[in-house]
Design a protein around this ligand. Structure first.
Ligand SMILES: [Zn+2]
Length: 152
């Protein structure tokens, strides 16, 4: 089983939520039958880096799809579609709220999931694409205190 693991960039995590995300990824990758992790090699780090590092640490195969260019239509969207195609199911890991230190764009809702309860992630698009392909797609949210909650 190949699990696609995608989600938020490094700047959206605190040390505590990063530890929680890494521990959760490690649990996903140690489930019976999981042989590989698929992710997106995001240049901003975060979940893509955690997925690669945790996968390598326990000897899972790691498949990374980097975007050809840093734009949605020609880069991230086709890259995300490749991740969905290469995965048996896709898990997006995002956060409940942005840290005060975050200086990037803020959105009132995750427009991929149409909810305001977690921070928007392109990974949620990849979850939608996996579902469209008839695969499993799940969204998990890391709370500020490190708890992990499944939202989809
Ligand atoms: Zn979402």
């Amino acid at each position: 089983v190949r699990i696609g693991i995608v989600g938020s960039e490094q700047a959206k995590f605190t040390p505590l939520t990063e530890r929680a995300a890494r521990a959760f990824i490690r649990r996903l990758l140690t489930r019976p039958g999981v042989s590989a992790v698929v992710s997106g090699a995001c240049h901003l780090g975060g979940v893509d880096s955690y997925a690669r590092e945790e996968g390598e640490a326990i000897g899972r195969a790691v498949f990374e799809f980097a975007p050809a260019v840093r734009s949605w239509s020609d880069g991230y969207k086709p890259r995300n579609a490749k991740i969905a195609s290469a995965s048996d199911h896709v898990v997006c890991i995002t956060v409940r709220e942005l840290p005060a230190s975050y200086e990037g764009m803020r959105f009132p809702l995750c427009y991929h999931c149409k909810v305001a309860t977690h921070v928007k992630s392109g990974g949620c698009w990849t979850v939608n694409e996996a579902i469209r392909l008839g695969k499993g797609g799940y969204v998990y949210v890391i709370e500020p205190d490190g708890r992990v909650v499944r939202e989809r």
